[in-house]
Structure formats: C-alpha cells, structure tokens
Ligand binder design. Structure first.
Ligand SMILES: C[S@@+](CC[C@H](N)C(=O)[O-])C[C@H]1O[C@@H](n2cnc3c(N)ncnc32)[C@H](O)[C@@H]1O
Length: 259
C-alpha cells in the first residue's frame, strides 16, 4: 500500500515510512473514535438512546470529563480544520514543554509565548515560576485563544498572527526576557518567518533569547535569514521522549546592533 499523506511537521523533515504508517493508523483510529462520539451525541429532540448511540454518548460524557483526553480531542479537531496552521496532531509532550522552558523562569521577567495552542508550554512556564501576569500569549486560532483566556485569566492573550507582533503594545512597552515559540515555522512562507522574528526581537531585551522546537536535525530558520537579521542559533536541548523526538533551538542576537 502506498502512503500519500502530507504529515504535519513543524520540523518539516522527511520521516521514515514506519513513522508515516504509525501516524496514518493513529489518525484513522482517532477519526473512528470521533465519528463514534458524534453518533452518540444526543440530538436536540431525540428520544431515548439505544445500542451504539448510547454507548457512544456514555463514552463521550466520560471522555469530556477527562481533561487530558478532552484537550487532545480539541487539538485534533483544530488540526483537522487547519492542518498547516496547527502543524501537529497532538499537543507537545510534558518532556518537550519542560525542555523548551528550561532556561526561563521568574528571573526572565515578562515572557511572550507564540502559538500557545492548548497551553502545553504555558503550563510549563507557570511551573517554572513565570506569573500569569508576566505572560503574553499570542495565538491565531480564536477557539484556542478563548480557552487560554479561561485557563490563564491574568495573562495577556492576543488573538493575532505572530508576524504582526512588531507594533503590538505588550506589557506597557516593557521589553521581555524570553520568547517561547510553538509555531509551525516550516509551514510558513519565509516572509512570515522574518516578520515573526523581527517582531519578537523588537520586544526582546538585549541578552534575551527566542526558543523554538523542531523535529528535524537542523534549525528551521534558514542560515540566510539568521545572517540577514544578525542572529545566532544554537541547539539547546534534544528531547527523545517526545513523539517524534524533537530539538529545542535557542536564537540570540550576535551583537547589540542586530535587530
Ligand atoms: C504545533 S501547535 C503548538 C501548540 C502548543 N504550543 C503545543 O506545543 O502544544 C502550533 C500553534 O500555533 C498556532 N499558530 C499557527 N500560526 C500562527 C500564527 N501565525 N500566529 C499565532 N499563532 C499561530 C496554531 O493555532 C497552534 O495553536
């Protein structure tokens, strides 16, 4: 059987066939579960539920009470609606969230997070001691943004394209110590990538760092863009316990004259 699926990959690398097959089967299974739950969803004027419908409804009620599962279903639905924009089938693992926030903490002052999704990195930032009031969460998906406002009521949640960050008034004009990026950068045109980096570094104080992750071995920001913006990239951490394994990159200014 030949597989012709385009997998979401923030790292944009070619993946081995066994991995493509695994993703394909997980996707099929997830779709079955979802359609099963849809069948079980009670209609407004329906009578008593029987058979598969009743079991589906019971499972639906059970799963929606399980926050972990509900988060994954929400993420999966968002991915189905916009695979390129979401860029992953599942939220990042706790191991990746811990790695990408390892150098960030209360000492960083204010922090910007790009592409917060369901808040996997946001929760890790909170665990590292970053107060909600010191977080600006930039998320383009309106449903995710709405839920982020509920989950992190003191954080500044901006529902906008991260490439438009440059003129955005955050933290009353104060600069931030770190930017944590969960965006699918490799799914974006170069121009948008440049806009995101320019905007982020315009908010970053001297010595501040931009952290991003990718599934590939190379930095997703091309060398030409790094040179043009005067940035340096260093691989900071590798996370084997993520599916698939991921790498965290740290971008900093080469000199005080850089963006
Ligand atoms: C790969 S998901 C990461 C979500 C979360 N950070 C995590 O690691 O589980 C990418 C997120 O970036 C958001 N996103 C994509 N393009 C964006 C853009 N231009 N500006 C802001 N957010 C964007 C998507 O809606 C999605 O929530």
């Amino acid at each position: 059987m030949s597989l012709k699926i385009r997998l979401p990959q923030p790292g944009g690398v070619s993946v081995p066939e066994w991995w493509a097959r695994l993703q394909w089967w997980s996707l099929r299974a997830a779709r079955r579960v979802e359609s099963f739950l849809q069948q079980g969803r009670p209609k407004a004027k329906s009578g008593p539920l029987w058979g598969q419908q009743a079991v589906g409804a019971a499972w639906g009620a059970l799963l929606s009470r399980n926050a972990w599962m509900a988060e994954r279903l929400r993420f999966f639905r968002a991915w189905r609606a916009d695979p390129r924009g979401i860029g992953a089938i599942m939220p990042s693992s706790a191991a990746l969230a811990s790695a990408i926030t390892r150098e960030v903490g209360s000492h960083s002052g204010d922090v910007i997070e790009l592409g917060s999704g369901t808040g996997a990195f946001t929760r890790a930032l909170a665990r590292r001691g970053v107060a909600q009031g010191a977080m600006a969460l930039i998320e383009t998906d309106p449903d995710f943004a709405r839920q982020l406002r509920r989950d992190f009521p003191e954080a500044q949640v901006c529902c906008l394209d991260a490439a438009r960050l440059a003129g955005e008034p955050l933290f009353g004009g104060r600069t931030v110590g770190a930017v944590v990026c969960g965006l699918p950068l490799l799914n974006m045109p170069l121009r948008q990538q440049v806009g995101i980096l320019r905007g982020s570094f315009s908010h970053l104080r001297p010595g501040g760092a931009f952290y991003l992750f990718t599934y590939g071995p190379r930095c997703p920001v091309p060398r030409s863009v790094l040179d043009r913006l005067g940035l340096r990239a260093r691989r900071a951490h590798s996370v084997i316990l993520n599916v698939p394994p991921a790498h965290v990159w740290k971008l900093t200014r080469r000199s005080s004259k850089a963006i």
